[in-house]
Design a protein around this ligand. Structure first.
Ligand SMILES: CC(C)(COP(=O)(O)OP(=O)(O)OC[C@H]1O[C@@H](n2cnc3c(N)ncnc32)[C@H](O)[C@@H]1OP(=O)(O)O)[C@@H](O)C(=O)NCCC(=O)NCCS
Length: 165
């Protein structure tokens, strides 16, 4: 069982054109690179910094009118479990509300057990399952495993912003 660890003080800001694309972090959450490029070019890249270093990122995209989605979110491996991911989720919610959105969505893998806990602890509710999403994306290629479970389905989750305090 993981013990509670100290929160890392971090700031979340929108990336500028001068910021290098944080590929290692983007690829920690999703792949392949070509899929990431598709939403990166249309979405907003946000960076979490601690002591002047980029320690996390997320990509937000308006997928439908009034609906924003977290397309990608990741924190540096060695700094996970210190609240940076939650700080990114708080910013995602604030950005969506600023844009007048009524829904904030995210999708995660059926085998991503810790991430399923992470999102639900923040307030996301499961709204559906895109069965075989990752099987289709693999296009006959090898399927990944996490926690001994084959990654096949995308679990769709959302927060209704209108009902948030
Ligand atoms: C998911 C992720 C962004 C969470 O960021 P984080 O900074 O570890 O999140 P926080 O510290 O705010 O919250 C961690 C909590 O979520 C859970 N958690 C989820 N994924 C975790 C992970 N890979 N490592 C540690 N804790 C994780 C823990 O149980 C922890 O609980 P606690 O608050 O009781 O300690 C981060 O773990 C990560 O980058 N994972 C790899 C990329 C990824 O899978 N992205 C999501 C794709 S859908």
């Amino acid at each position: 069982m993981k013990s509670k660890t100290a929160t890392l003080r971090s700031q979340v800001r929108r990336a500028t054109p001068d910021d290098p694309t944080p590929w290692a972090l983007l690829l920690a959450a999703d792949g392949p690179r070509a899929e990431i490029r598709k939403y990166l070019s249309r979405g907003e890249l946000w960076l979490a910094e601690a002591a002047g270093q980029v320690v996390g990122q997320m990509v937000l995209l308006e997928t439908r009118v009034g609906t924003w989605e977290i397309m990608n979110i990741a924190v540096s491996d060695e700094l996970r479990g210190h609240g940076v991911g939650t700080a990114l989720l708080r910013k995602a919610k604030a950005v969506a509300i600023e844009h007048g959105a009524h829904l904030l969505e995210v999708g995660t893998g059926n085998s991503s057990l810790r991430e399923l806990a992470f999102y639900q602890r923040f307030g996301f509710r499961i709204t559906g399952v895109d069965t075989d999403f990752f099987v289709r994306r693999a296009g006959g290629g090898r399927l990944q495993k996490q926690n001994g479970i084959v990654l096949r389905d995308m679990v769709r989750m959302r927060i209704e912003l209108a009902s948030q305090p």
